[in-house]
Design a protein around this ligand. Structure first.
Ligand SMILES: *[C@@H]1O[C@H](CO)[C@@H](O)[C@H](O)[C@H]1NC(C)=O
Ligand SMILES: *[C@@H]1O[C@H](CO)[C@@H](O)[C@H](O)[C@H]1NC(C)=O
Ligand SMILES: *[C@@H]1O[C@H](CO)[C@@H](O)[C@H](O)[C@H]1NC(C)=O
Ligand SMILES: *[C@@H]1O[C@H](CO)[C@@H](O)[C@H](O)[C@H]1NC(C)=O
Ligand SMILES: *[C@@H]1O[C@H](CO)[C@@H](O)[C@H](O)[C@H]1NC(C)=O
Ligand SMILES: *[C@@H]1O[C@H](CO)[C@@H](O)[C@H](O)[C@H]1NC(C)=O
Ligand SMILES: *[C@@H]1O[C@H](CO)[C@@H](O)[C@H](O)[C@H]1NC(C)=O
Ligand SMILES: *[C@@H]1O[C@H](CO)[C@@H](O)[C@H](O)[C@H]1NC(C)=O
Ligand SMILES: *[C@@H]1O[C@H](CO)[C@@H](O)[C@H](O)[C@H]1NC(C)=O
Ligand SMILES: *[C@@H]1O[C@H](CO)[C@@H](O)[C@H](O)[C@H]1NC(C)=O
Ligand SMILES: *[C@@H]1O[C@H](CO)[C@@H](O)[C@H](O)[C@H]1NC(C)=O
Ligand SMILES: *[C@@H]1O[C@H](CO)[C@@H](O)[C@H](O)[C@H]1NC(C)=O
Length: 790
């Protein structure tokens, strides 16, 4: 016995030590509880744990938190003292009067009654910590988990500077007490386990991975965004499956007064830019200050796509209806406190006169320009440009085309007249900016009828599969309007009567999330010559994109089938009779405009987009024509959704005579110059009116025949450009009117079709070559690696 006692004592000590160091299931009444004990309370299902966690800022400070028990990267869902971590010797205890306290401070809202029947701290399977009738779920910090009520609670971060009250996201800064940047008219009620947010009026939001049973949490992030995260147990990481603010710069308070919020290297980062005329003052907090305090004589610097009009309405800004730019400008000049004004060239009389430069941000979706008032002596140049070049795109002229001729003489005259008109308009357009603006307004009105204004500022709309099924008549075969490499395209009508093109993608890699992120990026690309993306659907493996419907179909129909009679599904008269679809022949002026518009849109994708985008599949089928024959590129951005191997095998399958640059076949690195090559091919086809892989007459040796080389020889060896012109409209070619334009198109095409990518010009340069704003030197003869030099 005497020998055994110490052993029992040792065992006893060992076990007490173990219990104080181990996990406690479900509930505890063992107080005080201090950070030095290293004990955790774990929910019965082992999903959640409660206990002291080290403060991220100090090894010696602790935060009492509820977190996920089995996730490597500590993820807190609730904490009592996030703003004031406690030291090692602080206690969590229940006082004699029945208060639950940490380091002498009562848990917010916890009961004080000493009569509590069981003073026990419990952790439930859903993650709620409870003490009597008090529950952590009633006092959330920045996170909501499934089955927790959202309504009636407030999430906040950074000592309350960002808040979510169930309906609105607000920013509370020292210079602006309460500014809202997200608002939903129906309050959020709960998030359920399947990934659906229930709203007050019965409506719902769903996450991109809706339906999967995974861990989820709704969190107000430190940057002010409200997001739902899902846990991927395979990768051990959380990923975003829903967010309130796809454009971070629209979150107020991201940058301080005067700054302009821009996007950083990645889509998920922001930088704060100081506008011209201002300077950055570094200190504890960076400041952006006006260089000269007094403005004696004003001038305005044009900041394209910048919006400064989100400030508090009272006093800091004034919205007026200005009949034109001059009136808006005068409104600012007459106000001594005016620091600038926002104006939109869309004919909608948008004019905001601003007295405080708050919440500046840059976004192509604003489609507006801010005119910043500076002193006349200011020498800084604006760095925010780009809108004017869009105003100058080749779209705005409305033209009606003749139908294919029965009698070639009259058509020749018609085409000549239209071409002359076009040339005249082009010249006047270059000369007078105002002419452009008028045209732009006209275009905008046209755009409006296509429903552009429905595009939500907050990013592409999520459609449910059911909605799209209804819209496309259950994806009926009669609704198919196109079959592309990326999948079939259906025409559909939404419940709001908008007509859309619904593209069901095939072989898309990556998860719903990645898809969502990519789609958000694609939807942020705004250019008159890009097909507008309105929304998408990513339900249960489906990958569907919803685009504006472009009525005239694709360029190939006009180039290669013009004048032939086609029956199509889309052209039916009221009685449902099929109409003959005789595609008109495009005249030289229109071909040139299409080429220029396409070149500018690709240049925009390559050079101006927030993220660098290659198209990788430029061909006439992907160039759609609007009602005014304004070209619109489709399928941009989609190559990012595909694996490179797929793209390569796709191009191999199509053979080398297609539009793919030689580097695809050689498995060399793919650069923007691959798009330049494809564009060159399309450009040459627009001049010749034939497919690059169609054999031309009997003279051609089919084995050795290479379209660009053939064109080069005709133009430069035989010195006869007329030989390569499209037979359909050869007759209307008037060397006096067209020679310069067509020579430019051909020369540019040949430069684009050089075998070696580095020999080809950049797309921006290509656009300039077509415009005629840069001189084009004589191109080298295009060859291709598998053919000899001659
Ligand atoms: C967990 O707590 C409940 C009461 O809240 C109790 O009935 C149950 O027995 C506890 N389970 C464990 C494993 O302690
Ligand atoms: C708690 O225990 C774990 C291992 O069980 C140890 O790594 C950690 O340092 C301990 N923490 C404290 C504060 O003692
Ligand atoms: C706690 O978990 C155990 C098994 O892990 C289970 O048998 C028991 O029913 C659970 N109790 C409660 C109250 O959920
Ligand atoms: C720990 O914090 C408590 C209360 O905040 C304070 O009274 C105590 O002196 C601190 N102890 C140490 C060692 O800093
Ligand atoms: C608590 O208990 C005391 C007597 O034990 C009683 O007088 C008092 O009313 C009780 N308070 C509550 C809130 O139940
Ligand atoms: C908890 O119970 C006390 C009385 O026992 C009551 O005063 C208090 O309002 C209750 N709190 C909640 C959140 O129900
Ligand atoms: C959530 O709110 C509803 C109504 O406000 C209430 O009936 C329900 O008990 C609450 N649930 C929780 C877990 O607090
Ligand atoms: C919150 O406020 C406290 C004291 O007012 C301060 O110490 C702390 O740094 C603030 N935290 C943040 C994130 O601003
Ligand atoms: C904003 O923050 C200040 C302190 O920084 C606070 O006094 C004020 O109540 C807050 N306003 C709102 C609406 O939350
Ligand atoms: C978590 O970390 C442990 C050890 O660091 C590792 O063995 C385990 O695979 C990790 N789990 C996940 C899901 O990453
Ligand atoms: C702008 O509108 C004002 C008032 O409607 C008018 O007087 C003025 O002539 C207009 N200016 C231009 C340039 O159209
Ligand atoms: C500028 O931003 C504010 C809010 O951030 C918004 O209400 C306004 O419509 C925006 N203006 C434009 C032209 O986008």
């Amino acid at each position: 016995m005497s020998i055994r006692t110490p052993l029992i004592l040792v065992l006893f000590l060992y076990f007490t030590f173990q219990t104080s160091d181990a996990q406690i299931r479900n509930q505890t009444s063992d107080f005080p509880w201090s950070p030095s004990e290293n004990r955790t309370l774990v929910s019965n299902n082992s999903v959640f744990a409660a206990g002291f966690l080290q403060s991220p800022n100090s090894n010696d400070r602790f935060i009492f938190s509820v977190y996920y028990a089995n996730i490597n990267e500590t993820t807190t869902i609730w904490s009592v003292n996030d703003d004031s971590p406690v030291n090692r010797s602080s206690d969590l205890l229940i006082t004699g009067s029945g208060e639950l306290q940490l380091a002498g401070i009562k848990f917010p809202g916890s009961p004080t009654s000493s009569n509590m029947s069981d003073p026990i701290l419990r952790l439930s399977d859903d993650g709620s910590l409870s003490f009597g009738n008090w529950s952590s779920f009633q006092h959330p910090t920045n996170t909501i988990v499934p089955n927790q009520n959202i309504s009636g609670t407030i999430l906040s971060v950074k000592n309350g500077s960002f808040r979510f009250d169930g309906k609105q996201l607000t920013f509370n800064g020292s210079y602006d007490p309460k500014s809202q940047y997200y608002s939903n008219s129906n309050a959020f009620l709960t998030l359920n386990e399947l990934g659906m947010i229930q709203l007050e009026n019965g409506a719902t939001f769903i996450t991109s991975d809706f339906g999967d049973r995974v861990l989820r949490r709704l969190k107000l992030d430190d940057n002010g965004n409200l997001r739902i995260y899902s846990f991927d147990s395979k990768s051990g990481e959380w990923s975003v499956v829903w967010q309130a603010m796809p454009e971070l710069c629209r979150i107020k308070g991201t940058c301080g007064p005067n700054f302009i919020c821009m996007y950083g290297e990645t889509y998920d980062s922001t930088v704060c830019d100081c506008p011209p005329g201002f300077q950055l003052i570094s200190g504890i907090e960076k400041e952006c200050r006006r260089k000269a305090d007094v403005i004696r004589d004003s001038k305005f610097l044009q900041l394209d796509y910048v919006n400064y009009s989100g400030g508090p309405l009272a006093g800091s800004q004034r919205s007026i209806l200005a009949s034109n730019f001059t009136t808006c400008e005068a409104e600012c000049l007459n106000d001594p406190e005016c620091v600038g004004f926002g104006y939109k060239y869309d004919g909608q009389r948008y004019c905001v006169v601003v007295r405080q430069l708050y919440y500046g941000f840059w976004s192509p979706a604003t489609e507006a320009t801010f005119f910043l008032r500076v002193d006349k002596s200011e020498t800084d140049k604006t760095t925010f440009t780009g809108l004017t070049s869009i105003l100058e795109t080749s779209c705005p002229v409305q033209v009606s085309l003749p139908l294919p001729p029965d009698e070639s003489n009259s058509t020749t005259r018609n085409i000549a007249i239209i071409s002359t008109l076009f040339a005249a308009e082009l010249i006047s357009g270059v000369a007078f900016f105002w002419v452009f603006l008028k045209k732009y307004v006209k275009y905008r009105d046209m755009a409006r009828t296509f429903g552009l204004e429905f595009l939500p500022a907050g990013g592409p709309k999520r459609f449910t599969y059911a909605e799209l099924k209804t819209a496309t008549n259950d994806f009926s075969i009669t609704n198919v309007v196109g079959k592309g490499g990326f999948g079939d395209v259906y025409k559909g009508v939404l419940t709001d009567h908008r007509i859309v093109a619904v593209k069901c993608l095939k072989n898309v890699t990556g998860g719903d999330n990645e898809f969502w992120a990519e789609v958000t990026i694609i939807a942020r690309m705004h250019h008159l010559n890009l097909v507008r993306l309105w929304g998408f659907c990513a339900e249960k493996g489906q990958r569907i994109l919803v685009y504006e419907y472009v009525p005239n179909g694709s360029l190939d129909k006009f180039l290669f089938h013009a004048g032939k009679v086609n029956y199509t599904n889309e052209d039916e008269d009221i009685e449902g009779n099929k109409l003959l679809d005789r595609k008109p022949i495009l005249d030289w002026g229109i071909r040139y405009r299409i080429a220029l518009g396409v070149a500018r849109a690709i240049a925009y994708l390559h050079e101006e987009c927030l993220e660098w985008v290659l198209h990788c599949d430029i061909k006439p089928e992907n160039i759609l024509l609007g009602a005014d024959f304004c070209p619109k590129i489709s399928d941009f951005g989609l190559s990012k959704l595909r694996k490179k191997e797929d793209m390569v095998s796709y191009s191999r399958m199509r053979g080398t005579r297609g539009y793919m640059a030689p580097e695809w076949v050689k498995s060399d690195q793919i650069t923007p110059k691959a798009d330049v090559y494809s564009f060159g091919m399309v450009l040459l086809e627009m001049v010749t009116g034939v497919r690059n892989f169609d054999i031309q007459g009997s003279k051609m040796d089919s084995e050795e025949w290479y379209f660009p080389r053939w064109a080069f020889d005709k133009v430069y060896k035989e010195m006869n450009i007329e030989d390569i012109l499209d037979n359909h409209i050869k007759g209307s070619y008037d060397s006096r009117l067209h020679e310069d334009m067509i020579t430019r198109m051909v020369k540019t095409a040949i430069w684009c079709l050089q075998d070696r990518p580095e020999m080809r010009p950049s797309m921006g340069k290509v656009a300039k070559m077509l415009e005629g704003t840069v001189e084009i030197i004589e191109p080298k003869k295009p060859t291709i690696f598998f053919l000899g030099d001659d």
